[in-house]
Design a protein around this ligand. Structure first.
Ligand code: FPP
Ligand code: MG
Length: 330
């Protein structure tokens, strides 16, 4: 699927919540307006890297699909997107990334110091907006989610170059750093402002499975995609010492000599392209195929949960969105 193709597919999937997506975008733009020319220069820049907005869309679709839409759902969706944006600005510093969503990362266009502060600014805007809502559920759940995703990022940093990591350890970290926000988006959609806890928990589980699948696909794309196609810097996981699921599979399937060569591809000084070095010494494609099979199984589990909801345009859109996560190439 080309960039244009996948944009059109996504736009069609989001038709049941198209007006609410527009409201979400308007709220998002208003929240990042700032009178300081320096800051507005930067917020204009990040506004240009509007991505797929999957997490905001999940708040809205989950609300519609569970019959729980309120006037405040668009604001909740904007808050989720603002937090996501803040985490990406910080993540690009940690990863030394150069390009995101086809534009220069804040840490490149400006520098790391500014990117730390801009991430903080976006995070502060998210929580300021959440205090204006009628229920505290959104602030409470997202404060907890932010804590979890920071824990995941910290755990990930401490496991760099750890080729003995188990699949369960990898999945725990990916669940914390990525799936937690997907889970929160689906739960808030189904539950905000207070609502049915059991339904919220069920939708959170669907979001968690989807988010974990998303991260696994993301880690596969970091190995297999081209930057022009993906719209962001590729190969950063190998460059940064992150041992992702496809690499863990490839490592486990290798003999001792190949394992040593894999470790060298990650660690030897003066390797100009570590991703290419990795491909040269083991069967990365087989590792990717195994990881993709796991992502498919997770999406199937998420779809099973979705099937417990009454059929509607929104639940069918969610189903399409879940499939989209598997087929995306950006
Ligand atoms: C992307 O992972 C990163 C995340 C899902 C979470 C990043 C979170 C932080 C850095 C904590 C920041 C906290 C606050 C409060 C702002 P990735 O590097 O695997 O994905 P990528 O390929 O999109 O970069
Ligand atoms: Mg990153």
């Amino acid at each position: 699927m080309g960039v244009k193709g996948s944009k059109a597919v996504l736009a069609e999937l989001l038709l049941p919540v198209a007006p609410e997506m527009e409201r979400m975008r308007a709220i998002l733009s208003a929240q990042i307006l700032e009178s300081s020319p320096a800051v507005s220069d930067m917020t204009d820049h990040v506004a240009r890297f509007q991505g797929k907005q999957l997490r905001g869309a999940l708040v809205l679709l989950s609300g519609e699909a569970t019959g729980n839409t309120t006037d405040e759902h668009a604001a909740v969706a904007a808050i989720v997107e603002l937090i996501h944006l803040a985490t990406l600005v910080h993540d690009d510093i940690l990863d030394g990334a150069e390009v995101r969503r086809r534009v220069a990362c804040v840490n490149q266009r400006w520098d790391n110091q500014i990117a730390v502060l801009l991430g903080d600014f976006l995070y502060a805007r998210a929580f300021a907006l959440s205090t204006q809502l009628s229920s505290r559920l959104c602030s409470r759940l997202l404060a907890d989610t932010t804590r979890t995703l920071c824990v995941g990022e910290i755990e990930q940093s401490t496991r760099r170059f750890d080729f003995e990591m188990s699949q369960a350890d990898y999945e725990k970290i990916a669940s914390q750093k990525t799936a937690s926000l997907y889970a929160a988006a689906c739960e808030l959609g189904a539950r905000y402002p207070g609502g049915n806890q059991e339904l919220g928990a069920r939708m959170a589980e669907a979001g968690r499975c989807l988010g974990l699948a998303f991260q696994i696909v993301d880690d596969c794309l970091d190995l297999t995609a081209r930057e022009e196609e993906l719209g962001k810097t590729v190969g950063t996981d190998v460059e940064d010492g992150k041992v992702t699921l496809p690499v863990l599979h490839a490592y486990r399937a290798s003999g001792e000599t190949a394992r040593a060569a894999i470790r060298d591809a990650y660690t030897q000084p003066d390797v100009s392209d570590r991703r290419a070095a990795l491909f040269a010494v083991c069967d990365v494609s087989a590792g990717v195929a195994e990881a993709e099979a796991r992502a498919r199984a997770l999406v199937d589990a998420a779809l099973e949960i979705l099937a417990t909801l009454p059929p509607s345009d929104a639940s069918r859109s969610m189903e399409g969105l879940f499939q989209f996560v598997l087929s995306r190439n950006q």
